[in-house]
Design a protein around this ligand. Structure first.
Ligand code: AMP
Length: 213
């Protein structure tokens, strides 16, 4: 099964894609995570990508497309995969199409103010990458991860100015993909408002209604 999770930054794509990945035993391919790993490892690719990420802009297609092409060629992707954060523009969508048809695009919808509130309060563990929210799921001890005790930090691109820029980038470059996949009849919209469990249930119902699970 080949799935795409599409939606604005902060809609919960990462959370839901990770959950689905566990439930369906499919690898999650998260381009944002892959890029952050390149940046923290100080690779050439990371150095090139960093400036765009810090400003809330899309990393150039040649970098990202090659990264995804390479990743989906691994053996663990033979039975399918879940794309989280890719495609983000029309050129990426066309490349993906050339790699084979997708079964479903899950469109997680959320509005700008909601996204800003979610992302600005988000904190991640430096050690194990667990994610918290200062208001919605605060850690037990201030600034420390419940799971491993690691230090929590705010992603540089989760500061309000950058979040608004990311949202603008999303609206201009990524949102047109909603119509694109709608026209192919492989898009299902799921409301991104609600608890993690509620949203996850809606996604599973959608997969069931499409006969995918
Ligand atoms: P994310 O964690 O998915 O919000 O991605 C963080 C940042 O990585 C984005 O704001 C972009 O700068 C970059 N990025 C992630 N995925 C892509 C993609 N498919 N195309 C271009 N840039 C991307």
């Amino acid at each position: 099964m080949k799935l795409v999770v599409l939606g604005p930054p902060g809609a919960g794509k990462g959370t839901q894609a990770a959950k689905l990945s566990g439930e369906l035993s499919l690898p999650r391919i998260a381009t944002g995570d892959m890029l952050r790993l390149e940046v923290s490892s100080g690779t050439e690719l990371g150095k090139e990508a960093e400036g765009y990420m810090r400003r809330g802009l899309l990393v150039p297609d040649e970098i990202i497309i090659e990264m995804v092409r390479e990743r989906v060629s691994h053996d663990d992707c033979k039975g399918g995969f879940i794309l989280d954060g890719f495609p983000r523009n029309m050129a990426q969508a066309k490349t993906l199409e050339a790699l084979g048809p997708m079964d479903l695009v899950i469109y997680l919808d959320a509005g700008e103010e909601e996204v800003v509130e979610r992302l600005v309060g988000r904190r991640a563990c430096r050690e194990c990458q667990a994610v918290y929210h200062l208001r919605f799921s605060p850690p037990k001890a201030d600034g420390r991860c419940d799971l491993c005790g690691g230090r929590l930090h705010q992603r540089e691109d989760d500061r309000e100015g950058v979040v608004r820029e990311r949202f603008r980038t999303y609206r201009e470059r990524t949102q047109p993909l909603v119509q694109y996949y709608q026209a192919k009849s492989i898009l299902e919209k799921v409301e991104g408002l609600g608890t993690i469990e509620e949203i996850s249930r809606s996604i599973r119902e959608t997969l069931e209604s499409r006969g995918l699970i």
